[in-house]
Design a protein around this ligand. Sequence first.
Ligand SMILES: Nc1ncnc2c1ncn2[C@@H]1O[C@H](COP(=O)(O)OP(=O)(O)OP(=O)(O)O)[C@@H](O)[C@H]1O
Ligand SMILES: [Mg+2]
Length: 299
Amino acid sequence: MTDAHHGRRGDVLTEGQPNPDGDSLLAPRPLVRESDVVADAPLVFDLDRVSVHYGSFRAVRDVSLAMRAGQITAFIGPSGCGKTTLLRSLNRMHDLIPGARVEGTVKFRGESLYGPGVDPVEVRRRIGMVFQRPNPFPKSIFDNVAFGPRIARTKVNLDECVEGALRKAALWDEVKDRLKTSAMEMSGGQQQRLCIARAVAAQPDVILMDEPCSALDPVATMRIEDLMQQLKADYTIVIVTHNMQQAARVSDMTAFFTAEIDETVDRRAGVLVEYDRTDKIFTTPSDERTESYVSGRFG
Ligand SMILES: Nc1ncnc2c1ncn2[C@@H]1O[C@H](COP(=O)(O)OP(=O)(O)OP(=O)(O)O)[C@@H](O)[C@H]1O
Ligand SMILES: [Mg+2]
């Protein structure tokens, strides 16, 4: 990585320029150069030196990056480099995993996600998650989508809310005549769109997706990718994917991670190698490890 890549995210740092934070330029801290980002969109996530531990094992080390509203950010990198672990730190899913601990600062819309008084349940409503395997509840299609609004006890018209979410998830036309049938009878691709509808119905700000297409065929995958392009008008999306073409097709920004040996404990820790505009990552990356990975030479 060149010197121009050291410093805080979002700042324009060139070689020899003093770091506005007064931090040592010697400490390598990946950043997004302002010139490469749609800088006028509001910051949604701002991570500063985030590490995630499972017990004594540090699975992710010192990740700093920022994500802006209305963008799709892809996390890519070899298996075990901590993509899922970092994703989970964005909506406090680690609170549910015994022994898991997040260090550093995760700011969401300007406020610390882990600050005192922050309700993790509300966090997970605002920052929804879609998993690798579609996980509909063994309930009707309608009840799956109505689940969040019912818990929230908000005074909404449930029928309208369910229809709206199913439309946003590009599923309405396929299911409008069988809303009372079990979600378990749907195809995998339909189930995954149902899970997206369920997340959307909770009126989130962000949708996190962890390899949402890995259990789907190419046609269902395309439908989800198209859907993501529609959803990004309303939501900020972070997607973990092993599919390079998918990252290149759907995302605006790409973060490439790898696992580096952590000499203090002699185990591998996930680190952010490079974060930049997706076209840059896939055509002219700055780091040779990124180049090797995106060209398929390792991982
Ligand atoms: N619940 C857990 N407890 C202990 N260690 C864990 C836990 N979850 C993940 N890890 C470890 O943390 C590291 C990062 O795992 P993670 O699942 O985040 O990687 P990943 O990049 O998502 O991999 P993949 O591409 O295979 O999904 C791995 O070494 C993994 O074994
Ligand atoms: Mg994973």
